[in-house]
Design a protein around this ligand. Structure first.
Ligand SMILES: *Cc1c(COP(=O)(O)O)cnc(C)c1O
Length: 426
């Protein structure tokens, strides 16, 4: 048994996510937010360069979203969604079907990325069960992240974050991450699993593995994996929880590969980052497999807050922003700022794997102990905090994923801070 460190003076009963309280006793208290900035209780203005964990798209407290939340809260807050429906959910569902890749015909609501993925896995298994075909295996890509519930951990990368829960997790088939020039190994592994005939679905983060270290692969590779699945009738699940809502330069990453997944999961940016909401969209064949007068074929899933009316209204307002405001222009501008910002590190040998996908920029610090627990991560985090910039490296990977309203000056500050951090800490 390891000895516990002496308890630091803890001022709050709150247990924070992904936080080691013995190392980080003080939480930064935030009292407001607007645009790309968080306001600290102490008056500091902090640039939110990671969109508050990848959720905020247009900026904090976008007036149209705030207004939609206010006006919906006065009309209908929440209603049981079994046997009932409401305007904001209907409008949102139709709006989603209109903008997502064509062929996704049904919308199932839940409240987080993890639950959207759980729903996707259950839809896939339910589809095969109700079709009378014995296919129950899920194939995944190494280094992926799909959430922190037991099911989503099972289909995600195994490591220090989930070692304790390993006995609860189910087995999956794995394909390697498609590294440049080694994509064929991924295709071969996928083909190998699919050929066995027991694979229900392949789940993947399209084009970029987020929490797995902002690892990127090409649209051609995504398309090829999709085609392999199609040729074996394996359901293709796209987890667009992070990639959705413009991050990659298009609304959804699958658009780059011109594919329509059988099942797609969206969450994070769906309300512009204002309220928790998620959806799992599916092809009609999956809905149809559950459509029956036989009640045992029902899709048995629900969350208490399924399609919360206020969250749906916020998401409808988000759709309107995409239609009414020059969001694509903002994406292009931000992408260009990211390219310019990264360029200065291209011959800096303290950094490696300099990469970008749309509005997401990432680079790795060269260290001996790389990986998620690399010492440099927390040191850099603190340094950025001292500069009033919220950047939260994933181990030795620094990335910037700001809201689309950031200014050129903001992004200059981000890249200056990264350069200064390297000067001070390396
Ligand atoms: C964040 C994330 C999830 C989990 O979403 P939560 O809302 O945190 O449950 C799932 N998949 C991907 C790709 C993510 O980035």
């Amino acid at each position: 048994m390891t000895k516990s460190p002496k308890k630091l003076a803890i001022k709050s009963p709150i247990w924070h996510p992904f936080t080691q309280h013995a190392i980080m006793p003080e939480m930064l208290k935030i009292s407001g937010a607007s645009g790309a900035y968080l306001q600290g209780q102490d008056g500091r203005q902090i640039l939110d360069a990671i969109s508050s964990w990848w959720v905020v798209t247009h900026g904090h407290c976008h007036p149209k979203i705030v207004e939609a939340i206010k006006s919906q809260a006065e009309k209908l807050d929440q209603v049981i969604f079994a046997g009932h429906t409401h305007g904001p959910a209907e409008e949102l569902a139709q709006g989603l079907i209109d903008i997502t890749p064509q062929g996704l015909d049904h919308v199932f609501f839940s409240d987080s990325g993890s639950t959207a993925v759980e729903v996707a896995l259950k839809m896939a298994l339910g589809y095969w069960k109700n079709t009378g075909i014995d296919r129950t295996k899920i194939v995944v890509m190494e280094s992926s992240y799909h959430g922190d519930t037991i099911g989503t951990m099972s289909v995600g990368e195994r490591g220090v974050f989930n070692k304790a829960y390993d006995p609860l997790m189910f087995d999956v088939g794995k394909v390697p991450f498609p590294q440049v020039d080694y994509e064929q190994q991924t295709f071969d592994a996928l083909e190998y699993h699919c050929t066995k005939g027991d694979v229900a679905a392949f789940i993947v983060e399209p084009l970029i593995l987020g929490a797995g270290g902002m690892r990127m692969y090409s649209a051609d590779t995504l398309r090829k994996m999709y085609e392999i699945c199609k040729s074996h009738d394996v359901l293709f699940i796209a987890d667009e929880v992070m990639t959705g809502w413009g991050r990659t330069g298009k609304i959804f990453a699958c658009e780059h590969a011109n594919i329509t997944p059988d099942i797609a999961c969206y969450s994070k940016g769906i309300t512009g980052g204002s309220l928790p909401l998620a959806v799992t969209l599916c092809h009609s064949k999956i809905f149809d497999a559950h459509y029956s007068t036989d009640r045992s074929k029902t899709f048995f899933h629900s969350s208490s807050y399924t399609a919360n009316a206020i969250a749906c209204a916020a998401a409808v307002a988000n759709l309107k922003i995409w239609k009414e405001e020059p969001v694509f222009e903002r994406l292009e501008k931000l992408s260009a700022m990211q390219s310019n910002g990264l360029a200065r590190f291209s011959s800096d040998n303290r950094f490696t794997n300099i990469r970008q996908l749309g509005t997401i920029a990432a680079l790795d610090v060269v260290v001996k102990d790389d990986g998620y627990l690399a010492d440099i991560g927390p040191k850099m985090y603190e340094y950025f905090q001292s500069k009033n910039i919220l950047l939260r490296p994933l181990g030795n990977t620094i990335y910037a994923m700001p809201p689309y309203c950031v200014s050129e000056t903001d992004m200059d500050n981000v890249f200056n801070a990264i350069a200064d951090a390297a000067d001070k800490l390396l």
